[in-house]
Design a protein around this ligand. Sequence first.
Ligand SMILES: Cc1cc2nc3c(=O)[nH]c(=O)nc-3n(C[C@H](O)[C@H](O)[C@H](O)COP(=O)(O)OP(=O)(O)OC[C@H]3O[C@@H](n4cnc5c(N)ncnc54)[C@H](O)[C@@H]3O)c2cc1C
Length: 411
Amino acid sequence: MKTILILGGGVGGIVTANELSSSIGGEHNIVLIEKNKEHTFAPSYLWLMNGYRNKKQICVPLKSLLKKNIEVVNANVSEIVPDEHKVKAGEKEYHYDFLVIALGADLAPEKIQGWDHSIHTFYTMEGAVKLHETLKNTSGGKVALVISSMPYKCPGAPQEGAMLVEDFLKSKGIRDKVEISLFTPEPQPLPVAGPELGNAVKSILDQKEIRFHPSMFLESVDTKSKQLFFNGKEPFEYDLLIVIPPHQSPDVIRKSDLTNANGWIDVNPQTLETKHENVFAIGDVASIPLPGRWIHDKPLLLPKAGVFTHLQAVVVAKNIIRKIKGEKGDEKFCADGYCMLEAGEDLAGFAFGDFFGEPHPQVQLKQIGKKWHIGKVLFEKLWLSPVGFKKTFYKNLLQIGGKLIGIPVKL
Ligand SMILES: Cc1cc2nc3c(=O)[nH]c(=O)nc-3n(C[C@H](O)[C@H](O)[C@H](O)COP(=O)(O)OP(=O)(O)OC[C@H]3O[C@@H](n4cnc5c(N)ncnc54)[C@H](O)[C@@H]3O)c2cc1C
């Protein structure tokens, strides 16, 4: 009997555990270690921010999302020792034959010089709730949304956030009293998705009169005088500041010998195996350079996104099953991804394509419309439904919808 240890019960951990359970559950030990008892659906933070959702609607007990024969340990992982096939969590040690690390990315707002609690973010659940209250009381002025550094989760979320803030203020009847600016160190919106998508998103931002400021490197913030300082640029005054905070790998990963110079885990881009045999890293914690793509002398990385985490989890689970059964050949990860990009007014765009495309990712944007927004809502329902009939219902609905509009949806 083999033991497969999965660290993290977010998107990657849940999908890996369920895939394993469907095939080898009961025959081998599947153990998932997660510090939280509840699971929250991060894409819905944007809807918390604009008041479409409340906290209860986007949090469910983790166990309700997991299939049979998965042992769930509610503990904090404090040490990973690949040379001894051992992990420490809570007061206990766990030994494994296969290890899947899906611990995600942590936010480190304190790395912003001048950061304090007056600065908003919708990248956490609490942050999105607080920002909603502030937006309700806003009467006008300058809103600055700043991507503080790269890489960050979900390349579409900052522009979605800007468009939903715009929509919310429009619905309050004060759009003409507000100036919205989006600052990023990147040279275009979503460079990880290639120039075609970047241009399409830029023109939507232009239509909504959201000012896009590329190549802006945040140096510091002065929350007393409400000024932003960017490298070599004039200070920018704001009334409301929303940031996408710096991201870093969880503490336990940074303490381990698994990281590269940038603090993330290098993996084989096709199998997600780390430098240690039978140790895999998937999702936000993994680092996968996009072929031939560089920005500011650094390799551009595959986006930290649930859609890729999901596909990687399936690949890793299938390869573990093959290894256990002694079968030859590897399942390989390919970066064909998609994203429903919320644009406000219950509309969304649909971006899809090959993120490993060369010389640059080949990702296109379908014209914004209601159907993509409905698709995103259905996906949220599918993700948060307990294992069983309801989940199968939403899965079928999304797959039929995908077939009708000619886009195969891999779930
Ligand atoms: C606002 C927002 C919008 C987004 N929208 C989209 C979208 O539309 N589409 C998309 O594809 N992606 C989107 N994403 C990104 C997506 O949520 C992540 O890429 C995805 O969740 C990554 O999965 P993961 O398993 O790597 O990490 P996570 O889902 O973050 O899971 C990591 C888990 O590890 C646990 N953990 C961490 N450290 C420890 C420890 N020491 N011990 C025990 N447990 C620990 C955490 O509690 C967590 O449950 C969005 C993200 C945000 C913030």
